[in-house]
Design a protein around this ligand. Structure first.
Ligand code: SAH
Length: 485
């Protein structure tokens, strides 16, 4: 069992923070329109602003006369930096901006040079404001226009009532804390309040009714709600294949217990402060025993948390979901199950292989054989019958024996197969061929887990119908026998 470490960033991101500038000194170098806009924003944040410039524009000059800002006249002097917390260089003179940046850096004072990310040690983000609520958007300084365009989009989408909501919740913060000592319970209360009628009342400007509704919701909430477990299918890897309900649960979870098969792109959608625990299970490498997983689910659910047990594909298709539910049921823990797109369905779609087809296959069988020993329990005669598609979940090492046995029990050696490696993911590969060459072909292309094997006439359609990623790689050298279907 491991707690996922922060992913190493190849080009590190800026670290966002919101600074409390009340009564703190900030220097703005420059006396034109750009400087004025920065000064206005700083004054709004309560900063004590000094403007250094040979001349001030009209508005700045007036603010100086009124005593709202202090004016240092003349060219930049490093002594201006004394006692400053922050500096903004907003002159239209490159060398002056550079001098400010260098001097500030030498004294470890945070500096922003307007429109020059290279010289800046901090960036001022584009902002969306709703009352005390602020959303800051940054492109890292590289594409400010993109950040601005996004801000406009958010401006249109975010309701004005959010400001009133933030104010109301701020006002009642102490009461909320007093009612819920558990952070998970508090979070759940917020989720419920946000989904309830409060926003609508605020939107209509009915503050009195909103207050009453808040009081009612607070009184009705249970301070220690019961924990629960959701068994959620994460699909094959492409996050676009998650269900809406899976996405919602990932956003609400306190704890995520996930298999190694779950893709990084899906995990990136999990709520940031949820605890992520990998209970990795991969062919031949069982990190956490099934009993260990059961114990973790029970422990977290009993502590009142919302647990998401996240599994690759569908939880009930070769996912041991049934066993996990039995344990939860025995221990009286609430649960729900959210289906996911199973590997057979996803790999077939992303490889252009229809699992059924009026000309070729009237049925599909999903089967698993994770090692050669498990082959002994399969019912081969039935599997070898024609006009059906086999979707085989298995470790790559079990492939060779599988093809041989199928042929031995009567499936034609020229029956097409498609092996789909990393189905639906950016690195998907599809390898096609004929049953007789299955093992050689897999070896030749060094097919790795996770891979799904599709056997049946329909697999032959991948050549023509593929659409996702690279074209199928085809088979080994030995010529297949003519296929008498
Ligand atoms: N519950 C999962 C299956 C778990 S068994 C589901 O419904 O998909 C694990 C096997 O699933 C792997 O050995 C492999 O055969 C298959 N598999 C899972 N994800 C896959 C993917 N993205 N591409 C190819 N095969 C995959």
């Amino acid at each position: 069992m491991t707690v996922a470490p922060p992913s190493p960033a190849s080009s590190p991101l800026l670290f966002p923070l919101f600074a409390d500038l009340r009564e703190r000194r900030v220097l703005v170098v420059g006396g034109g329109a750009v400087a004025r806009r920065k000064v206005a924003a700083l004054l709004e944040a309560g900063a004590r602003v000094t403007v250094g410039a040979p001349q001030l524009d009209l508005a700045l000059a007036e603010w100086a006369t009124q005593g709202r800002i202090e004016h240092r006249s003349g060219r930049f002097d490093p002594n201006w930096l004394d006692r400053m917390w922050l500096v903004i260089a907003a002159t239209d003179h490159g060398p002056s901006n550079r001098a400010v940046a260098t001097a500030a850096d030498a004294r470890r004072i945070w500096v922003n040079v307007v429109d020059d990310a290279g010289l800046s040690s901090f960036q001022v983000p584009a902002r969306v404001e709703r009352g005390p609520l602020q959303i800051a958007i940054s492109s890292g300084g590289g594409a400010p226009m993109l950040a601005r365009a996004l801000r406009e989009r958010l401006e249109r989408q975010l309701d004005e009532s959010l400001g009133a909501l933030a104010t109301l919740l701020t006002r009642h913060r102490q009461r909320i804390r007093a009612r819920f000592d558990d952070i998970g319970a508090r979070r759940r209360f917020f989720d419920r309040v946000l989904a309830g009628p409060l926003s609508g009342l605020l939107r209509r400007g009915d503050h009195e009714a909103a207050e009453l509704e808040f009081d009612r919701a607070l009184a009705a909430a249970t301070p220690r709600p019961a924990g629960s477990v959701a068994l959620v299918g994460a699909g094959p890897g492409d996050p676009g294949l998650l269900t809406l309900r899976a996405l919602r649960l990932l956003n609400e979870a306190d704890v995520i217990l996930h298999d190694r098969l779950v893709s990084a792109d899906v995990l990136a959608l999990v709520r940031r402060d949820a605890e992520q625990i990998e209970v990795g299970k991969q062919a031949g490498n069982h990190h956490t025993t099934q009993d260990g997983i059961h114990a973790l689910m029970l422990e977290h659910a009993r502590a009142g948390r919302r647990v998401v047990r996240l599994k690759g594909g569908d939880p009930f298709v070769f996912g041991r979901g049934g066993e996990e539910l039995q344990v939860l049921r025995e221990h009286g823990i609430d649960y729900e199950v959210v289906p996911g797109i199973t590997a057979a369905v996803a790999c077939a779609a992303y490889a252009g292989v229809p699992l059924t087809h009026r000309d070729h296959a009237q049925s599909v069988r999903l089967l698993t054989a994770h090692c050669k020993d498990s082959h002994d329990t399969l019912e081969w005669a039935g599997l070898a019958a024609g006009r059906q598609t086999l979707a085989v979940y298995m470790g790559v090492s079990a492939l060779a024996d599988f093809g041989t046995r199928l042929i031995a029990h009567g499936r034609h050696p020229a029956t097409p197969f498609a092996l789909v490696e990393n189905g639906s993911r950016p690195d998907q590969r599809v390898v096609t061929g004929h049953l007789a060459n299955l093992a050689d072909t897999a070896r030749m292309h060094d097919v790795q887990s996770p891979a799904l094997l599709i056997v049946g006439e329909v697999a032959g359609l991948a050549e023509r119908l593929h659409w996702f990623g690279a074209a199928p790689l085809s088979g080994a050298t030995a010529a297949p026998l003519a296929h008498a279907a």
